[in-house]
Ligand binder design. Structure first.
Ligand code: 5GP
Length: 209
């Protein structure tokens, strides 16, 4: 079991409607040590992949994206969901249905922050049906930039997003993949991720799909 799976078992709360609540370390209070470990693990999994921008969507993706972008020393761009008085008209727009809020959200990014030369690593806290990630991919495509990879903290493997993205050929890495969870018994099972030995002799986890 990896560090994130252990932390989910320790602190996660399963809510009715297939929602995993991890507010104590990711979605409300942010545990910097776990964020740091997520960032290092994603960087390791995307070893050799060229990245010059990390892209996420507000709000919870920003913490992970920032820690990861710090390791690459590249900018973070986050798609905004809400129009504000200083929103520009010069923007890319896409839509995603929110799994948690059950409403359609507009995602938008001001055009100057995504360029055709960008190699974008998309990051988010959760992957469920893949709506949020598909909207981010759409924004990257509108800018004629390239999706370098998709890094997720928690994938709910019993929902369709991960399967769809892998079938579409994206380089998707999820640190914890929930195979099943049950709110009545508060039990959760993770997809086992094979352990392989790294060159330096340290144990590493890598996903073979
Ligand atoms: P998707 O767009 O893949 O259906 O859902 C992913 C988005 O919905 C994530 O950005 C995340 O904010 C939210 N989400 C989906 N499932 C869960 C969940 O079980 N727990 C939490 N905290 N957020 C979730």
């Amino acid at each position: 079991m990896n560090f994130l799976e252990e932390r989910i078992l320790q602190d996660g709360i399963i809510k009715q409607g297939n929602i995993l609540k991890i507010d104590s370390f990711l979605n409300h209070q942010i545990d910097i040590d776990i964020m740091r470990q997520i960032a290092y693990e994603l960087k390791r999994r995307f070893k050799g992949v060229e990245v010059n921008k990390v892209l996420t969507v507000e709000a919870s993706g920003i913490a992970i994206a920032t820690m990861l972008a710090n390791l690459y020393d590249v900018p973070v761009v986050f798609a905004k969901k809400n129009e504000t008085a200083n929103s520009t008209d010069d923007k890319y727009v896409s839509q995603a249905f929110s799994f948690t809020n059950k409403k359609q959200n507009n995602f938008f990014i001001s055009r100057p922050y995504l360029q055709a030369t960008d190699k974008v690593l998309i990051v988010d806290d959760f992957l469920a049906d893949g709506q949020a990630v598909h909207a981010l991919i759409d924004l990257v495509n509108q800018a004629e930039a390239k999706v370098a990879g998709i890094g997720i903290a928690v994938e709910k493997g019993f929902q369709q997003g991960g399967r769809m993205l892998r079938e579409e050929g994206y380089n998707l890495e999820s640190i914890a993949i929930v195979e099943s969870m049950d709110w009545e018994t508060q039990t959760i099972r993770f997809l086992e991720q094979p352990i392989t030995i790294q060159d330096d002799g340290n144990l590493k986890l890598s996903l073979v799909w």
